[in-house]
Design a protein around this ligand. Structure first.
Ligand code: ZN
Length: 503
């Protein structure tokens, strides 16, 4: 070694250590959380538990809920420990949003894991389950699921699970489907109409039946986009007609409720396979984003009454908006199935309150602003999908509070039941042993969406911009880590959640 090399050695050593520190280490614990404590208590006068709302304290240690004490039982139990007091604010299980499109990898310019999960954390969502399409390639195999898990690692601020895709290509290939499920997909999703994404083709009832028999073995659900094209004029046929494509009603007539009804009627041919003793016992069918509160809902009720393993979700936008509210050219509100009229919306609320609709989700499905065609405002050609993830809780509450919805109902629709659907046993409730996934929020606080930081990649396309909402998220904890409180924790320490095979 010559003299020059000897002189460079300390410099090289220093560079190597800097590299090691910044590139190879995991984020230090205090980068994952805005709170330095692992063992602490959260107190509030309104803690929402499965047994009801209590005034008291929740003890958190090592990311889990280890005890819950009522105010009158405290007797100095929490003395000497770190306490985070939320006073009159509501302390509730974090939201579990089972229907989210983050478009990563492959179309991360549409949303992506970092911005999507930051928005989730700011909105009180502690777990989301990402859909298998709109990312590229679609998540329809073990290999493509691995690509998605890799894309999520180190880039998510809340926990994220993954649905796999059931498509014609894998529907008759049981071992391919099994590999996808063994690799950790929480269940499968399929479409009964064109999905709008070329590498995610639609399935027919035979594909669905095949998929169900594999899902039965793993006791996981099939989520179905339940619309089948009927003879109503398609957007293509209508081009050049007198109908104004900037008018929302033009779009609405292209996707009538009969599409949803036809799909569910077709699904009912196989839902009975899921009954105890049936050929697909253990599998479960979940009707995604129900919009039609008429005959489609009646069919679902009938299937449930017959003992089929069936559930149904509706989305915040069907409960918050109606056809009458949507202005000409405002394509932010285009989604499928479409938002229908006010009477339909009121019936959806009734069905939710009466327990016929099981849960809520966002179907957050953004794109780049250009594809929403803001200039032409053409409802027939614009991308269909509503951007909403950050507003799950406050948008629901803004409408729910007028209807006497309780905090227990909110927790049931947004946390407990979605967690159960996705098989997330450690999530969805403030109960001993569960992950400390918690949102603290002020239901009476109103805010203007334009006045707060919106973390979505393209806030301008969100349907909620310009609105006043009730219910401000104060703090979000994921597995005991304070990931959001006016700002985000420095590091993205959410975990990809994979289903495990139990024999
Ligand atoms: Zn969707």
């Amino acid at each position: 070694m010559n003299l020059l090399q000897w002189k460079l050695l300390p410099l090289l050593t220093l560079l190597a250590s800097v590299f090691l520190v910044f590139y190879l280490k995991d984020p230090s614990e205090n980068e994952c959380s805005l709170l330095p404590h692992k063992h602490f208590w959260i107190t509030s006068k309104r803690i929402v538990t499965p047994q009801g709302v209590i005034s008291g304290a929740v003890e958190i240690n090592g990311g889990r809920i280890v005890s819950i004490v009522k105010e009158e039982e405290r007797h100095g139990k929490i003395m000497g420990n770190h306490v985070v007091d939320y006073a009159d604010a509501v302390v509730m299980p974090g939201l579990v949003d089972v229907h989210v499109h983050l478009d990563d990898p492959g179309r991360s310019e549409w949303e992506g894991f970092p911005s999507g999960t930051k928005a989730a954390a700011a909105g009180g969502v502690t777990t989301l389950v990402d859909m298998p399409l709109n990312n590229f390639p679609s998540t329809t195999s073990e290999e493509t699921l691995k690509l998605k898990i890799k894309a999520a690692e180190g880039r998510i601020y809340v926990d994220v699970g993954f649905w796999g895709g059931l498509v014609p290509e894998n529907a008759f290939n049981a071992s391919a489907l099994e590999n996808l499920l063994k690799a950790g997909a929480l269940g499968l999703k399929s479409f009964m109409c064109p999905s709008g994404i070329n590498d995610f083709p639609m399935t027919n009832i035979t594909h669905i039946k095949e998929g169900l028999s594999v899902l039965a073995k793993y006791k996981r659900p099939l989520l179905v986009h339940s619309e089948i094209e009927q003879s109503s004029p398609s957007p293509v046929q209508r081009e050049g007609s007198q109908d104004d494509p900037r008018s929302y009603s033009t779009y609405l007539t292209t996707r009538p409720p009969s599409w949803e009804e036809a799909a569910v009627r077709e699904l009912l041919k196989v839902t009975n396979n899921t009954r105890p003793g049936g050929p697909a016992e253990g599998a479960h069918i979940h009707v995604a984003h129900l919009s039609d509160s008429g005959s489609t809902l009646e069919l679902i009720k009938e299937a449930k009454r017959s003992g089929d393993s069936v559930s149904v979700e509706t989305c915040t936008h069907y409960l918050a908006f109606s056809e009458e509210d949507i202005k000409d050219g405002d394509t932010r509100f285009k989604c499928a199935p479409p938002i229908r009229d006010k009477a339909n919306k009121e019936k959806l609320w009734d069905a939710l309150m009466e327990g016929h609709i099981d849960m809520l989700s966002s179907d957050h499905s953004p794109t780049v602003p250009d594809l929403k065609l803001p200039d032409s405002g053409d409802f027939l050609k614009a991308w269909g999908g509503i951007s909403s993830l950050q507003f799950d809780l406050s948008a629901t509450w803004s409408h729910a509070k007028k209807r006497g919805v309780t905090m227990e109902q909110l927790a049931l629709w947004w946390s407990e039941r979605p967690a159960k659907l996705a098989g997330l046993e450690l999530k969805g409730a403030i109960a001993i042993g569960k992950h400390a996934d918690i949102v603290a929020w002020a239901p009476d606080e109103e805010y203007d969406v334009n006045d707060i930081p919106v973390y979505l990649k393209h806030p301008s396309i969100s349907a909620y911009m310009g609105m006043k909402l009730s219910g401000k998220v104060l703090a979000t904890f994921v597995r005991g880590q304070l990931v959001y409180e006016e700002k985000h924790a420095p590091a993205a320490c959410g975990t990809p959640i994979l289903a495990t095979v139990t024999d």
